[in-house]
Design a protein around this ligand. Structure first.
Ligand code: S3P
Length: 428
């Protein structure tokens, strides 16, 4: 565990950041390229620990994947080209890897075992195991399939119609990836729209998938054909610098190539609602839209965040909480119980760590209440092994008056390996 002495009381942030590739899209590009027929190339791949876990799992299933920094080439031989793994498939810290792979492996005629780190061992798996069992999958796991390790004996599947009890793109994707291999049609109905990268990218691989508002339908027995994927920057990574630009005095920063898919862009709505001084430029309207965002020090005001916007910014809530400590008035975040089952219980970790730095923040059953504007002080804080908590605390340190020590700082490598370098480059 590495501790990091963070630079505090920064006078200004100035400059440009190239936002690294989107984590959700990078995972899917590896997975779909691995089950497709023919060559897939990926550009601007996120070489973070989570996506490297996905590569290593598919290599264990016999897929030839070459990764050179942000460039990846996959020689796919179709779903039937995957082979039974000789060892356990280790997903590390990655919920997306384990949940989506469970969907894929449920239809493949051999035995697979999936497990990950101590955080993965606490995360709920019933949400994928239950619908996949309804499709005919054979999955076992600790406590009747509630938790890892998961053991899958793949086989024949049949389509289902399933109403998701929670708004989760991972669960939706697992069902669609099983549905792709099933007899008949599979329909997933979401309680609120979640990120649609699976649907968008499956189409790029030649798969028919239909979306009608919150209902997604896929026909069984479809094949994927290899393609070229360009990954846009991750708005969930950009969110840390969007916040930094808005809260550090005398700042102006340009974030290049930020993914702006509307199922992910709740952060932009929050910046608008809080009165941030920003502009989106050079927009690219491809199937995964992107653009550059310029942001400057802002007079922020509190806001209420709840309802259908929550899945559109679920991973940004830790950094939004920090931004709210620097806004005039009260910010109330609710309908966000899902935070409790992320890499950490993010209601607890955000509240406990920001409280140590002097924030006025209270946990509720489904969110948090933050009162601003509060000056932050020094202190010793801990990422709890959660990449997004680590990065949020590093941005908090830039405005803290006093030394901040961040324990377990290396967790940031899960989604943003050069985060600290990028932050350092902006400090003037
Ligand atoms: C993800 C979906 C979300 C998100 C996670 C990535 C994905 O999780 O929090 O970081 O790539 O599908 P849930 O499906 O649990 O909401």
């Amino acid at each position: 565990m590495t501790n990091r002495h963070l630079i505090t009381d920064v006078t200004s942030l100035q400059g440009t950041v190239e936002i690294p590739g989107d984590k959700s899209i990078s995972h899917r590009a590896i997975m779909f390229g691995s089950i497709a027929d023919g060559t897939t190339t990926i550009r601007n791949f996120l070489a973070g620990e989570d996506c490297l876990s996905t590569i290593s799992c598919f290599q264990k299933l016999g897929v030839t994947i070459q990764q050179d920094g942000t460039n990846v080439t996959i020689e796919g031989k179709g779903l039937n080209g995957l082979q039974e793994a000789k060892e356990l498939l280790d997903v590390g810290n990655s919920g997306t890897t384990i949940r989506l792979m469970t969907g894929i492996l449920s239809g493949l005629p051999y035995h697979s075992v999936l497990a990950g780190d101590a955080s993965i061992a606490k995360r709920p798996m019933t949400r994928v195991v239950e619908p996949l069992r309804k499709m005919g999958a054979n999955i076992e796991g600790r406590e009747q399939g509630k938790y890892t390790p998961l053991s899958i004996r793949g086989g024949k599947l049949h389509g289902i119609t399933y109403e998701l009890p929670v708004a989760s793109a991972q669960v939706k994707s697992a069902i669609l990836l099983a549905g792709l291999q099933a007899e008949g049609q599979t329909t997933v109905i979401e309680p609120a729209r979640t990120r649609n990268h699976t649907e968008t990218m499956l189409q790029m691989f030649g798969v028919n998938v239909n979306t009608n508002d919150r209902t997604i339908t896929i026909e069984g027995n479809q094949k994927l054909t290899g393609t070229d994927i360009m990954v846009p920057g991750d708005i969930s990574s950009a969110a840390f610098f969007l916040t930094a630009g808005a809260i550090v005095p005398n700042s102006r920063i340009l974030l290049k190539n930020v993914g702006l898919n509307e199922t992910r862009s709740g952060m932009i709505d929050v910046l608008l609602a809080m009165g941030a001084d920003f502009a989106i430029i050079n927009e690219n309207h491809s199937s995964e839209p992107s653009g550059d965002i310029e942001i400057a020090t802002s007079n922020l005001k509190g806001t209420e965040i709840n309802g259908d916007i929550i899945p559109r910014l679920i991973d940004e809530i830790p950094i939004i909480a920090l931004m709210a400590t620097q806004a005039e008035g009260t910010t109330i975040i609710s309908d966000a119980k899902e935070l409790k089952v992320k890499e950490t219980n993010r209601i607890d970790t955000v509240v406990s760590e920001l409280t140590k730095l002097g924030a006025d923040i209270t946990a509720t059953d489904d969110g948090m209440i933050i009162k601003g504007k509060t000056p932050l002080t020094g202190g010793t804080v801990n990422s709890h092994g959660d990449h997004r908590i680590g990065m949020m605390l590093a941005i908090a340190a830039t405005i803290a008056q006093g030394d901040v020590i961040l324990e377990d700082a290396e967790a940031v490598a899960v989604s943003y390996p050069n985060f600290f370098e990028h932050l350092q480059q902006l400090m003037k």
